[in-house]
Design a protein around this ligand. Structure first.
Ligand code: NAP
Ligand code: MG
Length: 402
């Protein structure tokens, strides 16, 4: 059989623990037998990040800016225990944080729907994609525990020395205060990523904040989205037959639950953090969630939404059988291959990605799945497969489709 040829490489970011094991199995079983895979390989495994003083992470992000498409394996974000475990020179920063800061993007997360893994919300028929702003607000806050009576003020000093001053509260006793910020630049790139992704995937875009209460802060988000929509996107949305609509976050929550899905829900940083876990769980399983970072200038980095599945890795190292679900990692690969195919005008590569997705779905719908899905499924007597047999079962379904 002739392998599918590629013209431009994909940036490949390898990772850690159990996901590193399935990464190799996916390439060996599901991609390389069919595609003459071209990648520029970066080893983001913690050992190599440590050996390169984390330079490899920066290099991989810059390569993504060069080529436009990357696929990333889950990686360890070191904490004190990991510094000890891997004898690290430093507690290296989160690779996702580093990559996000360089690409300046928005993270889009969408569930993979299969028959037999039914959403807990019974009217949800199509995926709901959460677009989470990945900069600022409470994630870059400054906090003070107020010890006792006194006055708290919000002060901005311009470069020209002029002050803007507001009283936050006249404390009669102890309490707490918090300072948060965002920038028009970051909010604008968040908005652009959302509008572009809606056009790309031909889905409506919803955006929600609490602008009735936060009349300047949240209102600024609403205004930036509205201005950009009017100036740059309205005509293209109308042409694509899709809609942009703004509503209050509490109204959005009520509408989301009553909806049948099939749209993008853009959320501020904290709202997106909370709502994406709610939506992922309500659709079934975190291991059935895709994730893509889209930068405002059109670079794409695909990954799984879950972590490195550490517990399974230690079982694997002990020679014990594991049942790790590889679907989200396979979808990261197919997302990258499809986007590469689209950018290069390589229809064969795009069709291959579609068929590999379909093979994953057919496998589960035929009742062959890993342990965590078997616990959720409505399919009677599912066949529980181990990590590697599940990938082999997907290969059998793929061969049927090719
Ligand atoms: P995790 O890797 O997401 O796993 C948590 C638990 O969820 C697992 O123990 C497993 O449950 C279940 N699970 C997650 N993915 C699964 C899959 N594909 N198949 C089957 N079960 C799955 O989170 P963690 O254990 O808290 O974190 C491990 C490491 O991942 C940490 O070092 C963290 O820094 C890193 N992390 C990386 C990313 C990323 O790179 N994007 C994201 C999050 C976390 P059972 O054990 O009950 O089977
Ligand atoms: Mg979270």
């Amino acid at each position: 059989m002739n392998k599918i040829q590629m013209t431009t490489p994909i940036v490949e970011m390898d990772g850690d623990e159990m996901t590193r094991i399935i990464w190799k199995a996916i390439k060996d079983e599901l991609i390389c037998p069919y595609v003459d895979l071209k990648t520029e390989y970066y080893d983001l495994g913690l050992e190599n990040r440590n050996n390169t003083d984390d330079k490899v992470t920066f290099d991989s992000a810059n390569a993504t800016k060069k080529y436009g498409v990357a696929v990333k394996c889950a990686t360890i974000t070191p904490n004190a225990a990991r510094v000890e475990e891997y004898k690290l020179k430093e507690m290296w920063k989160s690779p996702n944080g580093t990559i996000r800061a360089i690409l300046d993007g928005t993270v889009f997360r969408a569930p993979i729907l299969v028959k037999g893994i039914e959403p807990f919300v019974k009217n949800w028929k199509k995926p709901i994609t959460i677009a989470r702003h990945a900069y600022g607000d409470v994630y870059k806050n400054v906090e003070i525990k107020v010890p006792g009576a006194g006055k708290a003020e919000l002060v901005f000093t311009g470069e020209d020395g002029k002050e803007i001053r507001e009283t936050i509260h006249d404390f009669k006793g102890s309490g707490i205060i918090q300072g948060i910020h965002n920038t028009d630049k970051s909010i604008t790139s968040f908005a652009k990523s959302c509008f572009n992704y809606a056009l790309d995937t031909k889905q409506d875009l919803w955006f929600s904040t609490k602008d009735t209460i936060s009349k300047k802060y949240d209102h600024n988000f609403k205004d930036i989205f509205a201005d950009l929509y009017e100036k740059e996107y309205k005509a293209r949305f109308e042409e694509a037959g899709i809609e942009y609509f703004y509503t209050l976050i509490d109204d959005a929550v009520a509408r989301v639950i009553r909806s049948e899905g099939g749209y993008i829900w853009a959320c501020k940083n904290y709202d997106g953090d909370v709502m994406s876990d709610m939506v992922a769980t309500a659709f079934g399983d975190l291991a059935m969630m895709t994730s893509v970072l889209v930068s405002p200038d059109g670079n794409y980095e695909y990954e799984a939404a879950h972590g490195t599945v550490q517990r399974h890795y230690y079982k694997h190292l002990n020679g014990e059988e594991t049942s790790t679900n590889s679907i989200a990692t396979i979808y990261a690969w197919t997302g990258a291959l499809r986007k590469r195919g689209e950018l290069d005008g390589n229809a064969e590569l795009m069709t291959f990605a579609d068929k590999l997705d379909k093979a994953c779905i057919n496998t589960i719908e035929d009742g062959e799945m890993t342990g965590s899905l078997a616990k959720l499924t409505t399919i009677p007597n599912p066949k529980v497969l181990n990590t590697f047999d599940f990938i082999k079962a997907i290969r059998n379904h793929l061969d049927e489709l090719l």
